[in-house]
Design a protein around this ligand. Structure first.
Ligand SMILES: Nc1ncnc2c1ncn2[C@@H]1O[C@H](COP(=O)(O)OP(=O)(O)O)[C@@H](O)[C@H]1O
Ligand SMILES: CC(=O)N[C@@H](CCC(=O)OP(=O)(O)O)C(=O)O
Length: 293
């Protein structure tokens, strides 16, 4: 038995000491923008969703301006399977025909977006759910994969980002929650990879941090140990020697893009670890892999 459980005063002192440890970190991020990409694999069950929402509300209350960009790849896959629509990927991107894009928009901008908004509001925050179409925030252009003959259909990359709507929302105790759906100049709806969307938003907002919540502790070396810090040139070497593969390649490429656009640092971390975002931003320990220029 620790003394604190029997001694409420000592317990309160211990709690106050923990709060004080967070002060330098709160000051560091005060009034700055942190974009958090919440991946479909990191979403898990309702408890994980509620914990994530509480972290966002705590950040907002600490003076940080969080912007959530969510994915939902596994959830789209489950809905397409339920409807009997076959789905395939080419180099990590979902081949998206007209029937598929309707479902993608329904799942991302509809159910997942509103679920996250609901979780944040239930924890005392005020979230506002948007997608790239709102206020022409993101204009997409159709993706053509070099050297590939396959037509990806309605898959887009962010060609233009207009932050007017976000500028209105940020700093007013509202937490924007963004679904990676955008309109093209041709008026069509495009399915945008959530990592790419988050990178474009973080770049346009010149965010202090871009956090990728995924299903691994960070970038792992050949022995599966976490690499705590990486610079852009080291990333290129890790891709070249085969240490970074699969879904991690577009993720780290987005990191490089975001850093080039003026984001100060990008962190890849495990979204299923309780309070991963708070550990990263508000403790001395930190979490995941920090990538800087
Ligand atoms: N060096 C590496 N370190 C960590 N993960 C890696 C590495 N190389 C490949 N990966 C893979 O990348 C995956 C994360 O990418 P992805 O599945 O696209 O994530 P998300 O769905 O969260 O966007 C990991 O689950 C892992 O299988
Ligand atoms: C073009 C493309 O592949 N879009 C993704 C969008 C969702 C996403 O990226 O979700 P995660 O972050 O959970 O992977 C898709 O259709 O799955």
């Amino acid at each position: 038995m620790t003394g604190t459980a029997e001694n409420p005063e000592a317990q309160a002192q211990a709690q106050a000491a923990i709060l004080m440890q967070a002060l330098p970190h709160m000051l560091r991020y005060d009034d700055s923008i942190v974009v958090v990409k919440y991946g479909g694999h990191a979403m898990g069950d309702d408890k994980v969703g509620r914990d994530f929402a509480r972290d966002m509300v705590l950040l907002e209350q600490s003076g940080v301006n969080p912007v959530v960009v969510h994915g939902g790849g596994p959830q789209i896959g489950a809905m397409l399977a339920k409807l009997g629509i076959k789905s395939e990927f080419s180099e990590g991107l979902r081949i998206t025909d007209r029937a598929t894009v309707e479902i993608v928009e329904m799942v991302l901008a509809g159910s997942i977006n509103k679920q996250i908004v609901g979780f944040i509001n239930a924890e005392g925050g005020r979230a506002i759910g948007l997608c790239g179409k709102d206020g022409n925030m993101v204009i997409a252009k159709k993706v053509h994969q070099p050297g590939q003959s396959v037509d990806l259909g309605f898959v887009g990359d962010p060609a233009k980002v207009d932050t007017t709507v976000l500028d209105q929302v940020l700093g007013r105790e509202l937490i924007p929650v963004l679904a990676p759906i955008a309109q093209g100049e041709d008026g069509e709806t495009y399915n945008v990879n959530a990592d790419t969307f988050a990178g474009a938003i973080a770049g346009a907002l010149k965010a202090k941090r871009l956090l990728f919540l995924t299903d691994v502790p960070g970038v792992l070396d050949q022995n599966k140990n976490i690499i705590k810090e990486l610079r852009v040139d080291q990333i290129r070497a890790l891709i070249a020697d085969g240490t970074i593969t699969g879904g991690m390649i577009p993720k780290v490429e987005t990191c490089i893009y975001a850093l080039e656009q003026g984001v100060e640092g990008v962190v890849i971390l495990d979204g299923k670890t309780p309070h991963a975002v708070l550990v990263e931003l508000l403790t001395d320990h930190g979490a995941g892999t920090l990538i800087t220029r």
